[in-house]
Ligand binder design. Structure first.
Ligand code: SAH
Length: 207
């Protein structure tokens, strides 16, 4: 499959804005060199340390559900290769900013260099346990979580703005992708069954 076939194939499933953003972000720069020919297959790929870059359709669906707008401040938990952060960064524009937290130092270094090569400037990659969120830059307009938690971690709720939205996979074994919207309280919509690596940390799963 090539980039055009992959992305045109998602029309109707996700917003046109997300498809445009994914045309602009070079996924081939975020996958390991020896897997570059597979960058536009709709599949997760290994990025080292037992972790994976999510499948393109999953990044597209999560970005589409979040309804990302110019100028937003976004927290991403589970930065991995930096690709998903790069797509979010494109959607929120130069006035917006993504704080992406990743627990594995080697992946943080890789993601930083991938983002630099791709010329993306509005992402800050931070090393740490994102299961407690990132209070330093809270509250966030949007929170995007790329690793499965046992439940919706309380810190994520606290760090979300009123009217804010968060998308995250929850569950052990079988996981459900949830869209959480904060108004007076929190509304939770179940979107689809998914398979993510576990969120490992204080409010996640134990190592
Ligand atoms: N968004 C990434 C997908 C990475 S897979 C991409 O586009 O490539 C999920 C990532 O979550 C893994 O890299 C894993 O190391 C990370 N992770 C797991 N638990 C974490 C935690 N508590 N804090 C931060 N990152 C975590």
């Amino acid at each position: 499959m090539n980039k055009k076939e992959l992305l045109e194939g998602m029309r109707g499933l996700v917003s046109d804005r997300v498809i445009l953003a994914m045309f602009r972000v070079p996924r081939e720069l975020f996958v390991p060199d020896d897997l570059r020919s597979k960058a536009y297959e709709d599949t997760p790929l290994p990025i080292g340390y037992g972790q994976t870059i999510s499948a393109p359709h999953m990044v597209a669906i999560m970005c589409s559900l979040l309804d990302l707008q110019e100028g937003m401040i976004v927290l991403e938990v589970g930065g991995g290769s930096g690709y998903h952060a790069a797509v979010i960064a494109d959607l929120i524009g130069a006035q917006g900013h993504v704080y992406s937290i990743e627990r594995i130092p080697g992946l943080v270094a890789q993601a930083r260099s991938n983002l630099e090569l791709a010329g993306i400037k509005n992402v800050t990659m931070i090393q740490g346990d994102g299961s407690i969120g990132l209070p330093e830059h809270a509250p966030y307009d949007r929170i995007s979580v790329a690793a499965a938690a046992p439940n919706v971690p309380e810190p994520f709720k606290q760090q979300l703005k009123i009217e804010g939205k968060m998308v995250l996979p929850v569950g052990r074994g079988y996981q459900e992708l949830l869209l959480v919207t904060r108004k007076n309280g929190f509304s939770v919509e179940q979107k689809m069954g998914v398979a993510f690596v576990p969120l490992v940390g204080e409010k996640g799963f134990k190592e």
